[in-house]
Design a protein around this ligand. Structure first.
Ligand SMILES: *[C@@H]1O[C@H](CO)[C@@H](O)[C@H](O)[C@H]1NC(C)=O
Ligand SMILES: *[C@@H]1O[C@H](CO)[C@@H](O)[C@H](O)[C@H]1NC(C)=O
Ligand SMILES: *[C@@H]1O[C@H](CO)[C@@H](O)[C@H](O)[C@H]1NC(C)=O
Ligand SMILES: *[C@@H]1O[C@H](CO)[C@@H](O)[C@H](O)[C@H]1NC(C)=O
Ligand SMILES: *[C@@H]1O[C@H](CO)[C@@H](O)[C@H](O)[C@H]1NC(C)=O
Ligand SMILES: *[C@@H]1O[C@H](CO)[C@@H](O)[C@H](O)[C@H]1NC(C)=O
Length: 415
């Protein structure tokens, strides 16, 4: 809560905090790091083309296993789709920090490390894990978990910024049939299966049982973004869901989809009103996407949900998890009981919902007058509370509110 006191203190202090935050925000840039080493230029180009670079920059405590240009040309000679290349390269991003020293100190000789591929939803079982072996004599080998042989050897350290990012040179591509497999066409994607397998089973079950599934599947071809509430949130909401008419249920589910593909970086840079799959006519079933630094929120007139993770992101389909069910004002009344106090105490549930200096700065398509009273914390009925963030997250929201007018970057401190 030190930050909170800061936030209420003099402007100079705020500036100091801000400077701190913005330097943290630029912890590393893989494109720039690799640009110093022309032998990895093809690998570097493909990190950009596949949009893996921003994913790498967003994370800390990672290791990028780079391969040189000749090894990359062998991979490219296979004429894989860009998605298969992305999967393959994401197997070369280890979700832990391994500098040269740590590689040579691996306890008991081997370590099993998750890769970015494991987080994509495209990696069945443990196909996204890499086994690092520290051999006697100082050699270090890399193998996919189910490989019989060592697939690649450690060559040298390229860049190290402990413990944020390590870039190492390895001799070969880690050859994964799973990663290289052609990705199913979007129309064949099993949306329900994908959501079920990643913490949104309750939502997926409701979805499967409704008419909405077909609408989503049809949109998956041209562009689709799904915000699926995590199981705790949708479970708590089930009594209300069951109370809706069949048409209401379909609209509610369709309200969780956008008829366009939005990558995480698009969500962050395209704030404003969005039409959903439930939208039928102007100002119906829409919501506001709003980011505050790295945090993206979806604001209906009834509830504000936070995007908590990326479950799938491959054009034309993106699926994100959110921490609350999106309740459209067309189906749920915004409770007028709470006053739109502009200065909420930090303990309040969601003070960030009060005045929003950043709102609608990009599109300005909503009527400001309609917002303030309804946007205030009105969704906190008992059912939703169970699905809410922890108290500490709520307090952090309070801190975010304090700095909201100064910089969205401040939110990074929360991560
Ligand atoms: C690691 O990242 C943090 C911010 O996330 C930054 O303050 C620090 O300087 C970075 N360390 C190195 C060695 O780059
Ligand atoms: C990273 O570095 C590259 C090359 O210097 C630059 O074009 C890009 O804008 C940088 N990205 C970020 C997020 O700063
Ligand atoms: C290393 O091996 C010893 C003996 O086999 C075992 O007790 C220990 O848990 C292992 N440590 C790690 C980190 O795997
Ligand atoms: C990792 O590789 C080493 C050496 O090839 C092997 O002995 C070990 O069983 C492997 N571990 C796993 C979990 O695959
Ligand atoms: C989709 O996945 C679910 C859960 O894994 C499974 O029950 C269902 O049969 C799958 N549907 C299709 C069309 O493959
Ligand atoms: C279901 O609807 C009835 C009638 O509108 C209402 O009284 C009841 O509170 C609703 N139940 C829930 C869980 O929303």
């Amino acid at each position: 809560m030190q930050q909170l006191r800061c936030g209420t203190a003099a402007g100079t202090m705020l500036l100091a905090v801000l400077l701190l935050v913005s330097s943290a925000a630029r912890a590393h840039n893989i494109t720039k790091l690799l640009a110093k080493h022309p032998e990895f230029s093809t690998f570097n180009d493909y990190l950009t083309t596949t949009h893996l670079a921003p994913e790498i920059n967003r994370r800390t405590t990672i290791t990028v296993c780079a391969v040189d240009n000749s090894v990359m040309s062998d991979l490219l000679a296979k004429k894989l789709s860009i998605y298969s290349i992305k999967h393959t390269l994401s197997l070369h991003v280890l979700l832990d920090y391994y500098g040269a020293k740590k590689l040579h100190q691996i306890t008991n000789g081997t370590a099993l490390v998750a890769t970015m591929f494991q987080t994509t939803g495209a990696a069945p079982g443990a196909s996204g894990f890499v086994n690092i072996t520290n051999f006697k004599g100082g050699k270090v080998g890399f193998a996919l978990q189910d490989s019989d042989a060592i697939d690649a050897m450690f060559v040298k350290s390229v860049e190290e910024a402990p413990y944020n990012i390590s870039v190492i040179h390895i001799s070969k591509i880690l050859p994964s049939e799973v990663a290289e497999a052609p990705t199913p066409s979007p129309s064949e994607m099993n949306l329900t299966g994908l959501m079920s397998a990643h913490g949104c089973k309750v939502f997926a079950d409701a979805f499967q049982a409704s008419d909405a599934a077909k609408v989503f599947q049809e949109n998956a071809i041209g562009g689709l973004t799904i915000f699926c509430p995590v199981d705790d949130a949708f479970k708590a909401f089930l009594p209300k869901y069951k109370n809706l008419t069949a048409a209401g249920k379909t609209s509610l589910l369709e309200y969780h989809g956008l008829p366009v593909y939005m990558s995480m970086s698009m969500l962050k840079s395209n704030n404003g009103v969005m039409n959903t799959l439930a939208t039928d006519g102007a100002n119906k079933y829409d919501f506001v996407v709003q980011n505050d630094g790295e945090v993206v929120t979806i604001q209906t007139k009834v509830v504000t949900a936070k995007v908590t993770s990326t479950l799938h992101d491959e054009q034309p389909v993106a699926i994100y998890t959110i921490n609350k069910v999106l309740k459209p004002r067309e189906l749920f009344k915004a409770s007028p009981s709470l006053s739109p106090s502009p200065a909420p105490a930090p303990e309040e549930e969601k003070p960030a919902d009060a005045p929003k200096p950043h709102s609608r700065r990009h599109k300005g398509t909503t009527t400001p007058a309609a917002d303030s009273p309804e946007d205030s914390p009105s969704d906190e009925d008992s059912a939703d509370k169970t699905a809410d963030d922890t108290g500490s997250a709520a307090r952090l929201d309070g801190w975010r509110f304090v700095l909201a007018g100064i910089s969205g970057l401040a939110a990074l401190l929360l991560l």
